[in-house]
Write a protein that binds this ligand. Structure first.
Ligand SMILES: Cc1cc2nc3c(=O)[nH]c(=O)nc-3n(C[C@H](O)[C@H](O)[C@H](O)COP(=O)(O)OP(=O)(O)OC[C@H]3O[C@@H](n4cnc5c(N)ncnc54)[C@H](O)[C@@H]3O)c2cc1C
Length: 556
């Protein structure tokens, strides 16, 4: 056999296979994100975000993400002599990714350096890192989010904040005071009710009379408790005064393992690098955060921030999907023509890009509302109250369809693990489920309408700024308002429909004001004016598809 023939064995026909999208800066290559960071007040942080973007887009980080998923966490309940240890072993790739996230201060930067734009800056960096691997975002998000809830109990905050805000990742399972940094988790969901946390059966008994900041003993379980190797958790339990919030550390102050058992790890659809556990508490030591009976009000401070991260996570997944799809189709020819130049594929790519840009623009606008609300702006507080639930519902709801369509742009390669698309697809439904699933977000919007009508006004004021510039949005926004009567009984079955249309109105308003004109045009024609089908790739003709695709191209 001739040498030339031998050299092709195992590599036949690879000429038309696209190069992977790797070794590029995930931040700098994302024009809508760069523009949003500058617009929403975080230009000062661009250097830091770009550092995260460079890491997240590197082949090294992508390899870590793959390895952390292929080699998921393992539960070790006992040591070799039969003693309970309740530990989870992770692949080194997980530790490296989590360590980098902590080093980048994705869990802490707005609290360490609380200046205007801090939550926007952190949100953009979180979006970048999630594109390397979303699983580590779970403990990172919970640690970021625990701070405002913990501050309800100042002496506990004084004790724990320095650990949670440390920029050093210390994976050892030892008491937090001996460590160079600590992470936080959250335990609300029980078997008999996740959404309905008031049905929780875990019981809290005061050790010395109880009260805010005092020690209690927890007995019961949690059906879902993610990242169980965290150093402390906010946990809901029933005290005499009702459902209450507790800080539960893995180790007691006298250096003993807290009485806490890891029963099982969940075998999950996605998010496989991260551990999600079932746990039991056996008279475990915990400290009351806030008053007895105020548990939901206290922990909601944490939940609001994790909900922001669900929005950011959803937007980040869409960005990863469309960037990968454009890269693949721009380097693959079918019937002799590059796929991304074929009219029908252009419609698909442009539609995915429009959805992604709408998600990015609105997620970063929401992050600015956090900055402003925390800074004391009452209008921003009202906007955030409604916009967070509206965007959590809609962006997370769109994510699986978006991921599925991005995957299909790869053809058969998209169904194969090496492309990374199956991992993106498996991850995509999760942000919609946790921190209050889709219906729960819609019901929360209804609650805000009834109890805080001024928040609804703030929401529509934001929509109105775009409506003043575009009559088609003005007409759409008017029709949404007509669907929002005060009568809750009639609105509840329609809540998804109403909230979806509120989300479209907000995204439309933001794109009209700040988006690329061709993207805004496509959004208005399709999402607001109804010239659109039910799948991606059904934009009306006459739009500038090539320009929209080019804008979303990640230049490696
Ligand atoms: C991977 C993963 C990790 C998780 N990690 C954690 C964690 O670390 N800590 C934690 O506390 N929890 C965690 N959870 C739990 C998660 O937050 C809950 O699963 C979620 O809030 C839904 O609760 P549930 O599973 O009990 O569903 P249910 O409350 O039974 O709800 C089922 C469905 O009914 C809908 N629904 C509920 N009420 C209504 C209503 N009134 N009207 C109409 N529809 C309604 C919901 O939207 C949902 O779609 C995790 C879940 C997953 C999948």
């Amino acid at each position: 056999m001739a040498t030339a023939e031998r050299s092709t064995v195992g590599d036949y026909g690879a000429a038309n296979q696209p190069p992977p999208l790797t070794d590029y800066n995930v931040y700098e290559a994302d024009r809508p994100l760069v523009e949003a960071v500058r617009r929403e007040g975080a230009e000062w942080a661009e250097g830091r975000i770009a550092t995260v973007g460079a890491f997240a887009g590197s082949e090294h980080a992508q390899t870590l993400g793959r390895l952390a998923n292929e080699n998921g966490p393992k539960l070790r309940t006992h040591d070799r002599y039969g003693h309970r240890v309740d530990e989870v072993e992770f692949h080194p790739a997980w530790h490296e990714l989590l360590g980098k996230s902590v080093e980048f201060e994705l869990h802490s930067s707005p609290w360490q350096d609380p200046r205007p734009g801090a939550h926007v800056a952190r949100g953009a960096a979180f979006m970048c890192m999630s594109q390397a691997e979303a699983g580590v975002g779970c403990p990172i998000s919970m640690t970021y989010s625990v701070i405002p809830a913990l501050r309800t109990q100042p002496e506990l905050a004084a004790e724990w904040e320095p650990h949670f805000l440390s920029a050093e990742y210390d994976p050892r399972n030892t008491p937090a005071p001996e460590k160079s940094g600590a992470l936080a988790g959250m335990g609300m969901t029980e078997k008999q009710g996740g959404t309905d946390v008031r049905a929780n059966t875990t019981v809290a008994r005061p050790v010395n009379g109880g009260g805010a900041g005092a020690e209690y003993e927890l007995t019961g379980h949690k059906w879902f408790m993610s990242a169980p190797m965290c150093d402390a958790f906010l946990v809901l339990a029933q005290a005499d005064g009702g459902i209450s919030c507790f800080l539960f550390p893995r180790w007691t102050p006298d250096g003993e393992r807290n009485r806490f058992r890891l029963q099982r790890l969940k075998d999950k659809l996605g998010n496989r690098s991260n551990a999600s556990s079932e746990v039991e508490f056996d008279a475990a030591s915990a400290w009351l955060v806030g008053e007895e009976g105020a548990g939901v009000r206290t922990i909601i401070e944490m939940v609001n921030h994790t909900r922001l991260d669900c929005v950011l996570g959803g937007a980040s997944g869409m960005r990863a999907g469309v960037a990968a799809a454009i890269n693949h189709t721009s380097n693959r020819s079918v019937f002799g023509t590059v796929l991304s130049e074929q009219p029908l594929m252009q419609n698909v790519l442009a539609d995915l890009a429009v959805e992604s840009e709408a998600a990015t623009v609105s997620a970063l606008r929401l992050a600015r509302a956090y900055d402003e609300a925390i800074g004391g702006d009452p209008e921003a507080q009202k906007l955030k109250r409604v916009a967070n639930a509206v965007l959590k519902y809609w962006i997370c709801k769109r994510a699986p369809m978006h991921a599925g369509e991005s995957l299909e742009c790869f053809g058969g390669n998209g169904f194969v693990e090496e492309s990374g698309m199956p991992r993106l697809f498996r991850e995509s439904p999760l942000n919609s489920i946790w921190e209050g699933s889709g219906n729960v977000q819609c019901l929360d919007v209804l609650r805000a309408m009834i109890k805080e009508p001024a928040a609804l006004e703030a929401f529509f004021a934001e929509v109105g700024e775009g409506a003043a510039m575009e009559p088609r949005l003005a007409a759409f926004a008017d029709s949404v308002r007509e669907e929002v009567p005060g009568d809750v009984a009639t609105i509840e079955p329609r809540a998804r429909r109403v909230v979806e249309r509120m989300a479209l109105a907000l995204q439309g308003s933001l794109l009209i004001r700040y988006g690329d004109p061709a993207v805004a045009d496509a959004f208005v024609a399709s999402r607001l004016s109804g010239d659109w089908g039910q799948a991606f790739g059904t934009l009306p003709p006459g739009l500038d598809f090539a320009h929209i695709i080019d804008r979303h191209r990640a230049v490696a």
